[in-house]
Design a protein around this ligand. Sequence first.
Ligand SMILES: Cc1ncc(COP(=O)(O)O)c(C=O)c1O
Length: 377
Amino acid sequence: MRQFEIRNRHFDRLFNTPGLMWLGQNTNHFPTHPAVRQAMIDSINGEEFHAYAPPAGMEELRALILADLDLPHASVLVTDGAVEALYNVCRSLSEPGDTFVTTDPGWKWPMQFAQASGAKVVEIPIYGPEYNYRLSVAQLEAAVDRKTRIVYLVDPNNPLGVCYTTAEIEAFAAIARRVGAYFVHDCTYRHFADTHTLAARFYSERTVTIYSFSKWLGLAGLRVGALVASPDLVERLATAPPNNLGCNVVSQRAAIAGLKVKGEWLPDVNRRQRHNQAEIHKAVGKIPGLKVAVYPSQANFLVVECIDAGITPEALCEAYRAQGIMIRQGSYHTPKFGHRFVKVATTVPESWADAFCAQLPEMVERARGIREPGPLF
Ligand SMILES: Cc1ncc(COP(=O)(O)O)c(C=O)c1O
């Protein structure tokens, strides 16, 4: 069987597992805000979906996204999730002979998009206490030159959960400007950070801010996100986008409703997910050889190092999978450092986080006996 079929069956099995506890994809499983649910119901009842949405997104949604980011002079292209925004940016702006500079670990798909356009990927290692688990200004400086077309920064970082300071973002943006590179600032997890600074504030001409509704609002399966950049750059990216027929109508109605209730929704989400972080941190601390790499995480997940416990991430994932709990092996993010950790999401009902914690000692023991976990993706 072809690899994509095996991968698809894997996710189809997970998706159709009743009661699966999704702690592996940083998705948000808190019950939807009633206003968001109602907006979707109203849209379906009104049968709005027979028409295509406006190609760049509903004007109300575009305005609300700009207000959320406080970037009044920028422009918005609403997309089928952040990933479509990244596809468009990476494929459209990369050319053969360019370099695409990012961190290791980071998010792998944009690297593949840039490579598909002929760019060479440069990954800067940031995993480990020797790097303080974050990109330094000196590292970025050393990695770029005039061939660098895109600097891609996931901030807060997935999987590490570090978030960059204003001074760091300002310095990164200055480096991108000096070499004439685009700065693709993937802010998918920004709403979970205590504070977050947009690179667009310092480098508005060539920064593309990537926006997602999957994580803070919990709309992963609805596929809605955006790219935000200068009007000139959005004009270019809107010329031949992957989807020129408008993003899902029901999803956009949900996103509009979500942005209107964000003030009451988000603080509670963050209170609950930080509580889950604390519980997981405590449970991990009781097991010799396990440790949380970055705590507290500025995103909605934690990296749990398991290498010193003498177990593989894959075996631990497999042990939990048999209990109806999905966590993610590090190799999804990074071939180089992936053997050291698993990732556990925290925007989940407290009962799921508690189940993860309660079973941790036994799962570690079981993982010791698992020699050949099945394929994981
Ligand atoms: C860093 C990063 N960017 C983008 C995405 C995709 O977001 P969306 O669901 O909005 O396409 C993810 C999903 O996990 C992610 O981790």
